[in-house]
Write a protein that binds this ligand. Structure first.
Ligand code: NDP
Length: 293
């Protein structure tokens, strides 16, 4: 089989952000997104900076709250309560991971579900499971958009999601079920993962293990969505150098798949674009503005 088509997440995310910016420009007021960062985790700082930049570029207001690592759970809950009550704030995102002293679930449950643009509040996860409108987690939503960019009709296809986290695997499976796929969720206890993967017309890998999914596990012609972001040593680039790779052995999988997302440049760029989409949607629902599609 010839090489799989590359699914260009960067271009798809750019196009989505442009559509969001155009919709925002028609609104009476700009939607507002509040991002809360506790501590100084370097990766989280980069994410928060990128989120703020792209929020501004889409014509929205960005409210950044950087709290010291010593912040107590009570102080964080007080801030969430203030943001819930602030009419200028349409979306609230508390950057994870939080310091281990703070109960992340308690913080997520304190966010007003109508402003929960990460889609992690049990009200929103429940609405997703029940097939009701709500706010959907950004990374799986981006994965679904990428899969549909190459297979607009997913109905009846066999989908395998490897990984069952609350932020990626489980909501991904719900979204694929809502598209009428036959969905299997695989995880660390799954027996014969290779055979399970070989059934997949749509394979989503969200494991966090570099190149774990081998090329020979891919059904010929499958759509492969690689969520994994893993930094590995790259001695070919020079001593001490590293590169990002996915959970899928890209070179092997590309020989069999019909279409595949690269890492980087696949799922990653879609996550913030979907966050902006959720903020726009939350603003429209809360303020009674006509919702964009
Ligand atoms: P988690 O660590 O929360 O979950 C990993 C899942 O993989 C678990 O369900 C685990 O199973 C499963 N797993 C682990 N080892 C195996 C194995 N050997 N075989 C089968 N399944 C296994 O990770 P996340 O869901 O948060 O993230 C997954 C990946 O996606 C990471 O690389 C992360 O960096 C990336 N990511 C990328 C984003 C993006 O924007 N592109 C956003 C979020 C995450 P079990 O439950 O049994 O332990």
């Amino acid at each position: 089989m010839s090489d799989a088509a590359l699914i260009d997440g960067k271009a798809t995310a750019e196009a989505l952000r442009a559509r969001i910016a155009a919709a925002v420009a028609t609104l009476p007021e700009p939607p507002g997104l509040a991002v809360v960062l506790v501590g100084e985790d370097p990766a989280s700082q980069v994410y928060v900076r990128n989120k703020a930049r792209q929020t501004h570029e889409a014509g929205m207001r960005s409210f950044e709250h950087r709290l010291p690592v010593t912040t107590s759970q009570g102080e964080l809950l007080d801030l969430v309560a203030r943001l819930n009550a602030d009419p200028a704030v349409d979306g609230i995102l508390v950057q994870l991971p939080l310091p281990s002293r703070i109960d992340a679930n308690a913080v997520i449950e304190a966010i007003d579900p109508a402003k929960d643009v990460d889609g992690f509040h049990p009200m929103n996860t429940g609405r997703l499971a029940a097939g009701l409108p709500g706010l959907v987690p950004c990374t799986p939503l981006g994965c679904l958009m990428l899969a549909r960019s190459v297979r607009p009709d997913l109905s009846g296809l066999e989908a395998v999601v490897v990984g069952r986290s609350n932020i990626v695997g489980k909501p991904m499976a719900q979204l694929l079920l809502a598209e009428s796929c036959t969905v299997t969720i695989a995880h660390s206890r799954t027996r014969d993962l290779a055979e399970v993967c070989r059934r997949a017309d749509i394979l989503v890998a969200a494991v966090g293990r570099p190149r774990m999914i081998e090329g020979s596990w891919i059904k010929p012609g499958a759509v492969v969505i690689d969520v994994g972001i893993n930094r590995v040593a790259a001695p070919d680039l020079g001593e001490g150098k590293t590169r990002l790779v996915g959970d899928v052995d890209f070179a092997g999988a590309r020989e069999r798949a019909g279409a595949i997302t690269p890492v980087p440049g696949g799922v990653g760029p879609m996550t913030i674009a979907c966050l902006l989409r959720n903020t726009l949607q939350a603003a429209c629902r809360r303020r009674g503005w006509a919702a964009p599609d």
